[in-house]
Design a protein around this ligand. Structure first.
Ligand SMILES: CC(C)(COP(=O)(O)OP(=O)(O)OC[C@H]1O[C@@H](n2cnc3c(N)ncnc32)[C@H](O)[C@@H]1OP(=O)(O)O)[C@@H](O)C(=O)NCCC(=O)NCCS
Length: 161
């Protein structure tokens, strides 16, 4: 991974990560890459999140949100610009996929503009019209609703019925 001597840690988020998560996610939301998140939402969903640290510094975060018995969503995935392209996004997603396996969750989706990144993680693009109705609950609160141009991507996790 990248610069040799750097130490990467992936761990569950704690409440004291919320300020850094809030700043990072809303920075990319301002640029149109992802949905904004309030502190309220981050606190309420803190158990969905993992955090990456690079040499002891907050470097990124991502969440696995359970939608239904057979479906989860990767949300609020973000890596600090200075730490991007060094494998951290992959490590965060791998940790969320391990979580999904532990929960026996067979299918994960993401709504994203980062098609190539998610393809590298094994996701495939699907028409948004094929996504189940329950996916769209959160969309009602999105500034882009109903003209969402994000790409729907799905990963089937092997070995889970
Ligand atoms: C998407 C994001 C999390 C990727 O994080 P990252 O740490 O740079 O990704 P990684 O270094 O782990 O990349 C993993 C793989 O994806 C590829 N990749 C990453 N970003 C890519 C991009 N924008 N275009 C093409 N490929 C990309 C890498 O080359 C790498 O491929 P490899 O393992 O085969 O070499 C990061 O770019 C980001 O925070 N973007 C802004 C917020 C955002 O869009 N989040 C997604 C919301 S759904």
């Amino acid at each position: 991974m990248g610069s040799g001597m750097s130490e990467v840690i992936i761990r569950r988020a704690t409440l004291s990560d919320v300020e850094a998560m809030h700043r990072l996610v809303n920075h990319f939301a301002d640029e149109g890459w992802m949905l904004p998140k309030s502190r309220n939402t981050l606190y309420q969903n803190i158990r969905d999140f993992v955090v990456a640290e690079m040499d002891g510094q907050f470097a990124g975060c991502g969440a696995l949100h359970i939608v239904w018995g057979d479906l989860g969503e990767i949300r609020s995935l973000a890596v600090e610009e200075r730490f991007q392209k060094d494998g951290l996004g992959r490590v965060i997603v791998s940790e969320l996929l391990a979580d999904a396996r532990a929960l026996k969750l067979p299918r994960i989706f993401a709504l994203t503009y980062q098609k190539s990144f998610f393809e590298r993680m094994g996701f495939v693009e699907v028409p948004k019209s094929t996504m189940p109705q329950k996916v769209w609950g959160e969309c009602m609160d999105c500034p882009k609703f109903p003209d969402c141009d994000e790409i729907a991507m799905i990963l089937e996790i092997e070995g889970i019925e």
